[in-house]
Design a protein around this ligand. Structure first.
Ligand SMILES: Nc1ncnc2c1ncn2[C@@H]1O[C@H](COP(=O)(O)OP(=O)(O)OP(=O)(O)O)[C@@H](O)[C@H]1O
Length: 137
């Protein structure tokens, strides 16, 4: 079993589609082993996305990610990291495949509804950024 880190982003919480995302997660066979609702400060968003600090969209991305509450999740499944990336779909919802969360619910390349760790090292940074070991059950 592998664990990955996921976020339901502010655009989805604002549009009341959190439940739809959680249903797709559960229907795909993931176990939710950690879940919390939190609003990131701007600084916390910058720390979370530090790998993107040099990208041109970094400032807007951190503003977006801290503008409202998010749902932080730890998901468990065989090959959880790649399975979750597949269920999310392409970064730009316009390019996302049928059946993916971003195809169904994404708004734009920035407001694309969900985040997922892209590698084991990323998950190892992101999970403890949001959760203590005691919060994962
Ligand atoms: N060209 C862009 N313009 C605006 N925002 C962007 C752009 N590219 C990416 N983003 C935002 O930055 C996030 C991180 O970009 P990245 O390239 O890592 O995409 P991803 O791996 O599909 O998404 P995530 O890291 O959120 O799982 C994207 O999910 C999106 O919200």
């Amino acid at each position: 079993m592998e664990r990955t880190f996921a976020i339901i982003k502010p655009d989805a919480v604002e549009r009341n589609v959190t439940g739809q995302v959680l249903s797709m997660i559960e229907e795909a066979g993931f176990k939710i082993v950690g879940m919390k609702k939190i609003q990131l400060t701007r600084k916390q968003a910058e720390g979370f996305y530090y790998v993107h600090a040099e990208r041109p969209f970094f400032g807007d991305l951190c503003t977006f990610m801290s503008r409202g509450p998010v749902i932080a999740l730890v998901l468990e499944k065989e090959d959880a990291i790649s399975s979750w990336r597949n269920l999310m779909g392409a970064t730009n919802p316009a390019n996302a495949a049928e059946g993916t969360i971003r195809k169904k619910l994404g708004v734009s390349i920035e407001e694309n509804t969900v985040h997922g760790s892209d590698a084991p090292e990323t998950a190892a940074y992101e999970i403890p950024y949001f959760f203590s070991a005691l919060e994962l059950v």
